[in-house]
Design a protein around this ligand. Structure first.
Ligand code: PMP
Length: 287
């Protein structure tokens, strides 16, 4: 197995030496942000989009990034060169940094920046052929009045609770609704529905993270002349869809074949999902 490549505030580390302080507010309070990216064909997929989202998250949370986006991009490229593999996963992490005890972010001098390049496998490969069953979690997505869904922060506790509900129900993933009962997304992936050959996906206002994979899928839909719409969706729309799938950098495109015990379509990954999956993989190789 290839050893992970880790960059921590300007120094190359190993898994054993890459440690952070117990006074880091990322650990103490979940005060930080992150990104998950993929390497395809030896290249970082959609690095600019991920950096844009990271820097927007920093801007929203008033985390003063200690290095420019181009500088971080450069370190990411160096990390990927050290990794030396055609495929892989990159985790970018920015914490508020080390500070005194107490929430006040002003007590932290400098944000910590971390790059990890490693392997990831969220689901067994055969599940991409069969699709997976999911349940709707009772835990809701944090409302916008509390935290903006577009910010990819280190606060995933309700998503983790939802994931635990999924595991209890014998599923690997859960659908999360917003506080109005509308479909938001899965615990770490965006959701798509197909109704009469048209794609539907919740918008950021419904509690969806603006996923990069989601964006690429919408680009693929455009290229394939598949109409799409960002829409307010209820569980009813999910249950009655012909196809359902979820997207994320880690999960890529995963068909969903059962939701809360309702079989979706004929219980197999549908043709629109398969078409988009193929188009997506083509883009990852060509980009
Ligand atoms: N929603 C949430 C809550 C996520 O954490 C993620 C990333 N894992 C996604 C959606 C998918 O986003 P992306 O395609 O950019 O990975």
């Amino acid at each position: 197995m290839t050893q992970p490549v880790i960059w921590l505030d300007g120094a190359w580390k190993t898994k054993e030496t890459a440690t952070i302080s117990v006074y880091d507010h990322g650990l103490l309070y979940g005060d930080g942000i992150f990104e998950g990216l993929r390497i395809y064909a030896g290249r970082v997929f959609r690095l600019e989009d991920h950096l844009k989202r990271l820097y927007n998250s920093a801007q929203y949370l008033r985390i003063a990034m200690p290095l420019k986006s181009e500088e971080l991009a450069d370190w990411v490229q160096q990390a990927v060169a050290r990794w030396g593999q055609q495929t892989g996963y990159i985790r970018l992490l920015v914490t508020r940094g080390v500070g005194a005890l107490g929430l006040d972010p002003q007590k932290c001098e400098k944000p910590a920046v971390i790059i990890i390049v490693d392997e990831i496998q969220l689901y067994p490969p055969e599940m991409y052929q069969t699709g997976i069953p999911i349940i709707t979690a009772s835990v809701r997505r944090t409302p916008r009045s509390s935290s903006e869904a577009r910010v990819k922060s280190l606060n995933y506790l309700n998503n983790i609770l939802a994931k635990m509900e999924a595991r209890e129900a014998g599923c690997l993933e859960a659908l999360m609704l917003n506080t109005e009962g509308l479909v938001a997304e899965c615990t770490a992936d965006n959701i798509f529905l197909v109704h009469q050959n048209k794609l539907f996906t919740p918008a950021a206002v419904h509690g969806a993270l603006e996923g990069i994979t989601r964006k690429v899928v919408l680009e693929c839909a455009e290229a394939l002349a598949i109409p799409y719409e960002e829409a307010a969706l209820a569980p009813y729309d999910v249950y009655t869809a012909e196809e359902v799938f979820m997207t994320g950098s880690g999960a890529e495109i995963m068909p969903i074949t059962k939701v809360d015990g309702r079989t979706i379509g004929n219980g197999k990954p549908g043709p629109v999902t398969e078409q988009l999956k193929a188009a997506f993989h083509e883009v990852t190789i060509q980009d």
